[in-house]
Design a protein around this ligand. Structure first.
Ligand code: ADP
Ligand code: MG
Length: 252
């Protein structure tokens, strides 16, 4: 059996009285790409934030590489190094060059040797097509370029898993493609990933498994082909229908 990188059991998360995640179970194996979709407000971001320890959880347990990471205050800084997260907003430091943004955590947090970290940063920047931006400042980059830098900044920490939360939602269409291509490339190289996205064509091509989140639980879970061609639950059918309507609507 494949090694489990992430194991979530009976995860419950509430904000006050509002229960957002209600006994959610999810495991992700090494090298697996899981795409998480669901209606707005169903708890996709909350789920990723719980995994990353940005939100305390109310019940259940989360393990990374077999170690309990949920509600652990002490070692959370070590755990976070193993989890790469990229959000919709790239939050690069505006007063620092791209390379300094990328090297900050490897040098300051991981105490790595500058020469070695720099070499890896250069390789990663080249992989995402941004070698020439190494000394630029974030304001000199497009949204798509900044998002690719944010991905490099996460990758240089050598995470066990990468979490993506609607990373292309704020981008112009032509930039969406360049960012999604980087993620597809990571998938081909065997990176373990959990991806929240509204890009359905992308979801279909990148996912090993699609999970549909609704009412605090995983309502449906399947291979991308099965999920998109034959959604089983009514909620998933309705959700996918809204999508195709919006797509058609946009083009007309
Ligand atoms: P999604 O990412 O699927 O759109 P979210 O995880 O952002 O959904 O939010 C799930 C629900 O939790 C929403 O109803 C949202 O209003 C609520 N929520 C998220 N974060 C907070 C917070 N910090 N405080 C209170 N409610 C929150
Ligand atoms: Mg969200």
């Amino acid at each position: 059996m494949k090694e489990k990188v992430l194991e979530i059991e009976s995860l419950t998360k509430a904000f006050g009285e509002h229960v957002v995640l209600n006994g959610l179970d999810l495991s992700i194996c090494k090298g697996e790409v899981v795409v998480i979709i669901g209606p707005s407000g169903c708890g996709k971001s909350t789920l990723l934030r719980c995994i990353n320890g940005l939100e305390p959880i109310n019940g259940g347990i989360i393990r990374l590489d077999g170690e309990v990471i949920s509600n652990q205050k002490k070692n959370m800084h070590l755990v976070r190094q193993k989890i790469g997260m990229v959000f919709q907003s790239y939050d690069l430091f505006p007063n620092m060059t791209i390379i300094d943004n990328i090297l900050l955590a490897p040098l300051k947090v991981q105490k790595r040797e500058k020469k070695e970290a720099l070499k890896e940063a250069e390789e990663l920047l080249s992989r995402v097509g941004l070698s020439e931006k190494i000394k630029a400042y974030p304001r000199e980059l497009s949204g798509g370029q900044k998002q690719r830098v944010a991905i490099v900044r996460a990758l240089i920490m050598h995470p066990e898993i990468m979490l993506f939360d609607e990373v292309t939602a704020a981008l112009d269409p032509q930039m969406v493609r360049e960012v999604l291509n980087v993620i597809l490339e990571l998938a081909r190289h065997g990176m373990t990933m959990a991806i929240v996205t509204h890009e359905m064509a992308f979801a279909k091509s990148v996912a090993d498994r699609v999970i549909f989140l609704d009412e605090g639980k995983i309502k449906e879970e399947n291979t991308p082909n099965e999920f998109f061609e034959h959604p089983k639950t009514k909620r998933a059918q309705e959700f996918l229908n809204t999508f195709s309507y919006e797509e058609v609507h946009k083009e007309s």
